[in-house]
Design a protein around this ligand. Structure first.
Ligand code: ARG
Length: 450
């Protein structure tokens, strides 16, 4: 009895797994070569299969191979077309193989490629951050904790913090690559096969780093997909945090950046507005990537060994994550390359108009031998009285300083100037200008290593 049309539609994955076709063809070519190599089919049959598969690749690229829903999935679609092209020998392709190990192979080949492309996307993003940081070593920006102004920092320091996050993203993708780069091909449906196949040969042809040791694990493992979704989620966390900052910076309240017209849109009704669409969309799209990670974890948690059709649901999550992560990396790269301008005058004012140099007054006293906690309490009082008098620390006269504590001398003014406050934080990894120059060099060095 034929499948109910709605059920056929429900079962089918061809609508999305056609995305895997190149990898399916490559995987099948390796399988065909192995069948010939081991004598399971003849060399001539092997050659016909490889050629036929190549012809399907050409047809697909030329837009002449467009399988419909009746094909169920990309694997059936290819096998059917192959048999049309090369005749009955096409029916031999699936000897000693199951769609279960086949789809696992395809997905890993796909993800392997995508990971390399996303890593490049991360590199491009890092290069733009680094370039911008190089131009803003001495540009100061308020540094925050609790979104309260804390201490001024170099803008380069702020940008380089994101460079470092991206560096970990790049490394992480490289690490999970190893576990994506394993061959399940030859696991069969679940238990291996009665044919004298050579799994190491197909793995070698497909440039896999290793083969799955256990056939049950080979067909049902999706850890590699979850790890990839995790790594992508972290990339999105980083992009989303930066997006949130750009959105704040672009607000009138902060006014730290202007968005250029190439990366911002106007409002359809409020002519004065310029909206930060790019970072808002990145922040928004982060949700769907997290969703795919969560979805995949839940998908796996109750699955008995080995293959279950539930696993077909992994594909859209992966495809959408790949597409979204790449697009967000690219958009943020463009935004930081040419889409925003830091308003240096506004930033300069921002670091001079507050009490973010208060720690430095305490440090000043502590350096002169006053116990830090005592100095801290004293400065707390200074800030309070200054606030009441509508004055900044810099506005206090030397007599006022001396009245507060005899250790204050004329050099207090230089010690609390924003440039000095930043420059003095020269501990390793701090915002001091010498540290920034060291950090830029280190970043440059790491960016160049592949
Ligand atoms: N389209 C299926 C998937 O994506 C291929 C494997 C089907 N295997 C099976 N035993 N029904 O998972």
């Amino acid at each position: 009895m034929a499948l109910h049309p709605a059920i056929a539609q429900f079962n089918a994955s061809i609508g999305f797994d056609i995305e895997l076709i190149d990898y399916d063809l490559t995987g099948s070519q390796a399988h065909a070569k192995m069948l010939a190599q081991t004598g399971i089919i003849t060399a001539d049959e092997g050659e016909q299969l490889v050629q036929g598969l190549e012809q399907i690749r050409q047809e697909y690229r030329a837009g002449r191979f467009t399988p419909g829903i009746d094909a169920e999935d990309v694997h059936f679609a290819v096998e059917r077309r192959l048999t049309e092209l090369v005749g009955d020998v096409g029916k031999k392709l699936h000897t000693a193989r199951s769609r279960n190990d086949q789809v696992g192979t395809d997905t890993r080949l796909y993800l392997r490629d995508q990971i390399q492309q996303i890593r490049q996307g991360v590199r491009d993003f890092q290069a733009v951050l680094l370039d911008l940081a190089t131009h803003h070593v001495t540009t100061l920006i308020p540094g925050y904790t609790h979104l309260q102004r804390a201490q001024p920092i170099s803008l380069a320091h702020h940008l380089l913090a994101y460079f470092e996050m991206a560096q970990r993203d790049w490394l992480r993708l490289g690490e999970i690559y190893q576990r994506v780069n394993m061959s399940p091909l030859g696991s069969g449906a679940l238990a291996g096969t009665t044919f004298p196949i050579d799994r190491h040969y197909t793995a070698h042809l497909l440039k896999f780093g290793s083969v799955y040791e256990n056939s049950l694990d080979g067909v049902s493992d999706r850890d590699f997909a979850i790890e990839f979704l995790c790594a992508s989620s972290l990339i999105m966390v980083h992009l989303s945090r930066l997006s949130e900052e750009v959105i704040l910076w672009a607000s009138q309240e902060f006014g730290f950046v202007t968005l250029k017209d190439s990366c911002a849109t106007g409002s359809s009704i409020m002519p004065q507005k310029k909206n930060p669409d790019v970072p808002e969309l990145v922040r928004g799209k982060t949700g769907r990537v997290f969703g795919h990670l969560q979805g995949m974890l839940v998908l796996m948690k109750g699955l008995p060994l080995a293959y279950n059709k539930d696993l077909q649901e992994d594909k859209e999550a992966l495809f959408d994550t790949v597409k979204t992560t790449k697009a967000c990396l690219e958009a943020m790269t463009i935004l930081f390359r040419e889409g925003l301008e830091f308003k240096t005058a506004r930033l300069k004012a921002a670091v001079s108009e507050d009490f973010s140099n208060a720690t430095d007054v305490a440090d000043y006293l502590a350096a002169k031998g006053v116990p830090f906690r005592e100095a801290y309490n004293l400065v707390g009082k200074v800030v309070k009285t200054s606030l009441a008098a509508n004055k900044l620390l810099n506005d206090l006269t030397i007599d006022e300083w001396k009245a507060l504590h005899p250790a204050f001398e004329d050099d207090i003014y230089a010690a609390i100037a924003p440039e000095q406050v930043v420059s003095a934080r020269n501990s390793f990894g701090g915002t001091g200008f010498d540290q920034i120059r060291r950090a830029l060099e280190s970043a440059q060095h790491r960016l160049a290593s592949f």
